[in-house]
Design a protein around this ligand. Sequence first.
Ligand code: EPZ
Length: 418
Amino acid sequence: MSVIYVDGGRPLRGEIGLQGSKNTVLPMLAASILNKGSLRLNHCPKIADVDSMLALLEQMGCLVKRDGDSIEIDASSLDSVQVAPEYGKRMRSSLFLLGPMLGRMKRAVAVYPGGCVIGERPIDIHLAAFRRMQVEIEENAEFLSLSTAGLKGNRIILGFPSVGATENVVMAAVLAEGTTCIYNAAREPEIIELCLLLKAMGADISGEGSGCLRIRGVKRLHDAEYTVKGDRIVAGTYLAAALATQGEILLETDCLFHMEGILRALERAGARLFIGKDHVRLISRGRAGRVRRLVTEPYPGFPTDMQSQMMAVLAGARGVSVIEERIFESRFRICEELRRMGAIIETDGPRARICGVSELSGARMEAKELRGGAALIIAALMAEGESAIEGVGYIERGYEDICGVLSSLGARIKKEEC
Ligand code: EPZ
């Protein structure tokens, strides 16, 4: 078991780059099977979820080659309609394979992706959309089996602008017969990037970034190469850590345009931001300030994936803040861990009231999911004394070399096997 040890109380200072976006590259890897040829993706993050998705693709008969931060997938010899159960349970992103498998093989068999500590995470919106495209679905407690005589384009209204469901339907629609219109589609940057990749592969898509997508089915796709943009949530995480530790960092990034909701939240908490063409400098002005009310919303609002990180920042801020989590039903699990450090947080359903304290104390804590784990590291960096954080595997699902990046900014942080 790995444990991350942090000796806190030091301001982060320095310059860092930015890894490629996890939530962009995962659906893109799934999309690779739509083409009976090869896809090359550059600037891919070296993280556990990418490793798992590549292992899934190899088990389905794809050839995978890695060259630095580039990944090449040759899906010409794809020969399976089964998503390997051991990955399907562990990684919700395996769900993204259903749409491409239906498009390529007209069939898909998968286990129900597990829920996790942040919520039950049903897939009803995905399945309702597939049924509108003439997909037959058999379900039992463990498995679901999807099949179609041929995907048919249709008009689809999503019950919620689900990111994953939007991505799944787009990937199913690109090879379907006829035109598909998706209403109440998610507008996240990851959707835009996926549509741009699919268009580079020969798909006919319009409306990406709006709430209404139109996809005209084509006969086949072709080889392509695409460079993944920086991870906006990882960028926000490091900026939040700099604010929490009263430091100053410069972060190079090509995804600033997609970060408005995050940057506004940091400024409301007292950060001074200087934004350049391909970088942002954050300068803190002492302890962070309270944020009267911070609400998570679909893009372009403040993203739920930054909620835990801001919770950690506000735990040490001046004054009382309120966070309202509107996307997932139980994304406050880190409160019990932050309380071990002396944080004063009361939760009531979707609302958390955080009374900032002048000093948090190091403690032993356990990460139970990805973004909560990153938030515990932020709190540990801010706290006086040493902290130990278990559940490192969750953090490594989405953050490439987080200890190395933070050490380069002056943090005293290390990972040890115990
Ligand atoms: C994606 O998850 C991201 N994951 C999540 O990031 C992110 O938090 C989420 O979008 C929201 O932005 C990836 O892209 C791999 P949703 P996804 O479908 O697609 C409900 C991270 O930390 N819902 O937009 O699963 C659902 O329960 C991860 O990187 C249904 O009810 O999210 C949730 O309450 C965590 N039925 C809400 O919609 C469905 O069929 C948003 O979920 C689908 C979703």
